[in-house]
Each structure stands twice: as C-alpha cells, then as structure tokens.
Design a protein around this ligand. Sequence first.
Ligand code: PLP
Length: 384
Amino acid sequence: MPDREAAASIPFLPYGRQEIGDTDIKAVVEALVSGWLTTGPRVSQFEQAFAQHCGAAEGVAVNSGTAALHAAMRAIGVRTGDEVIVPALTFAASANAAIYEGATPVFADVEEDTLLIDPASVKQRISPRTRAIVAVDYAGQPADYDALRQIARSRGIRLIADSCHAPGAIYRDRKVGTLGDISCFSFHPVKHMTTCEGGMCTTDDAEMAAHMRRFRNHGIDSDHRSREAKGSYAYDMAELGYNYRLPDVQCALGMAQLPRLDGWVTTRQKIARFYDRAFARLPQVAPLYTHSDRSNAYHIYVVRLAASLDRDRVFAALRAEGIGANVHYAPVYSHSYYRARGYAPGLCPVAERTSKQILTLPMFPAMSEEDVSRVVDAVTRATA
Ligand SMILES: Cc1ncc(COP(=O)(O)O)c(C=O)c1O
C-alpha cells in the first residue's frame, strides 16, 4: 500500500461524478439571458421531456429528490397518524418525507442478494394504518414492482417509487418512471444526470400532478407566469405548500443533459460488467445480484464483502490508494434521530447484517478503462 505522501499525489477517484459539457454551458447561458430565471417556459418543457423519456403522462419538476418524495406523500394523501412502509436500506430522505407529513415510517427488510425492499417483509408490516409503500430502486435496479403493486392493490394503499437511483432502468419491459402511482427522481450532481440540485415526480394521474404543482408553489393555485399571461394578479393559496420550485436555469441544464442519459446508463452498465467479471475471480467480493427481468441503471456499484473481512479496514485501504469507496447505507433507523424516536436494533436483520459488509466503488461514465482497472487492483490488494 502506498505511504501517505505517495497516496496524496494519486488522483482521487470519487464514487460518482457529474458530466458538464459545452451544450450544458450553452443551454444555461441562454436561459440566464432569456429573461426567465425561474417559473418560465423551460420548467414545463423539461417536465414534458423527462416524462416522455420515462413514458409517463406527467412530470412535475421540483428542487430536489427530497422535495419530490414530499410532494408525492402530499399528493397521495399521507396524513398524521398514517404509516408508510420504507426499506431500511436507503437514503434517509425516503423515510423523512413521511415524517414531514406527520406519518410514521415503518421499516421493511431487504432481500439478501439485491438489497431491494423485500415484498415478504412489506406484507408483514401492513397494518390498518398503512397509507403507502415506498419502493427504492436501490443502487439502480428496480424493486419488484409487480409483487409490491399486488400487495398495495389488495390493501387499497398507494405505491411510491423512489427511483432516485434508477432513471433509465427497466422492469419487465416497463420503464422506471411508470412503475409507481408516483415515481421520484433526484438530479443531485452524483446522480445519472444533474440540474445541480433538483428533482422530478412522474405520474399518469393528472390530478395528482396538478396537486404537486400547487404544492411546490406554496399551495398557490397559479404561478407568476400563468398570471402574467392572463393579465391577472389574483391567486388563492388553497393549502399549505412549500417553495420547491426548480428554476428555469436549472431546467435548461436538465434539458441539455437528458438526451445523454441513455448513453450514460449504457456506459455505467459496461463498467459494471467489467467489475462483475473481475470480481468473479475474488471469492471475498460479491457484486449485488441483478434479476434477468430487469436492467440496472447502476447509480452506484455495490459489492458485498465476505463476513470474515473487516469492511472498515478495506475501506481505509482503498481510500489510502485514492479510491473513493463509500458506504450506502447504514439502516435509516440506526441514525440518532430515529433512535431517539424509539426505533431499536433488530427491526430488519438482513439490512443490519449486510450494511456492515457493503462497499460502494467508483462508478461514473467518464471513468477510463485504466480507472476501472485501478479500482479492481486496489480491491484485490485490500481483500487479499
Ligand atoms: C434513494 C434516494 N432517495 C432520495 C434522495 C434525495 O434526493 P436529493 O438529494 O435530490 O434531495 C436520494 C439522494 O441521495 C436518494 O439516494
């Protein structure tokens, strides 16, 4: 392993990185001088383009993936006293959004081989208070939506797809973005495409889309542009909403990025195949399983280390070689905020056990073959 000084001179390979090119810069500059910085024509253009890309009827742009989840909770009618079932292994926002609306997250366990929400665990968690299930397309693979939809339909509850990891992925010939009653996306720089910060909800339900557009604008029934077009000043605030608007300048960036999304997903899949082949030779390192009826968009590339290895030691060894390994995630309920609310260890044994063995390795479209080989070599050394 290189010493500290040598390590400092090695370029750091982050676990994810955005791509910004000339077309992005041009689009942003055009928006900046267009006269519309926010709530202008680019918002609905981006919404339509993104929804069309997914095959959904409606897109609602918001200023983060978290805001998308919050808007989805409001649109499906999550209220104080409700329960929302969420996988234990996800980013905290998947669960936090339920709390924003006064509901209680109920954590479901994950499948051992994919770390996706386990439908059998979801079934066990359903109660008369369950209002919704949040499916998370962990790492980029769609959850088992047919099984989840069947559970949801039979109990009259809603299905929200937290697809922040999976734009461009496919489940049984159906595109991510059409798999839940509402699907939520993030355009944070580490995701597949970026608007700096940003997010989107997609749905086929026009009423829910209208509700989410109102919700992202303080609960007000019209926006500045539509009032200007009508020559009117009057508006009504029909419910308590938030300022979750995504500015025109950021929508311009989103529109410039969108045509490259599919190509980026293909490149991520190629990198994943390279990793898969290399790690097949390492008995101590197991990539997550991808089902043959799904395509994986690989937001992150996660491996599971043998229980005999010390994950934190491997992590430190990789970091010492300039490899930006990471961990996604500790179970959400292990965070102190959740512990203070009474969540205790033992709720989701698979998530708790596997979360101590997982490592996220660098994965972004601009990685060269040399970069990928460098990661493989470092993992080989660190796990020998
Ligand atoms: C699964 C998941 N859900 C929600 C979010 C929240 O997205 P944002 O950071 O855009 O608020 C993220 C972001 O990391 C995520 O990974």
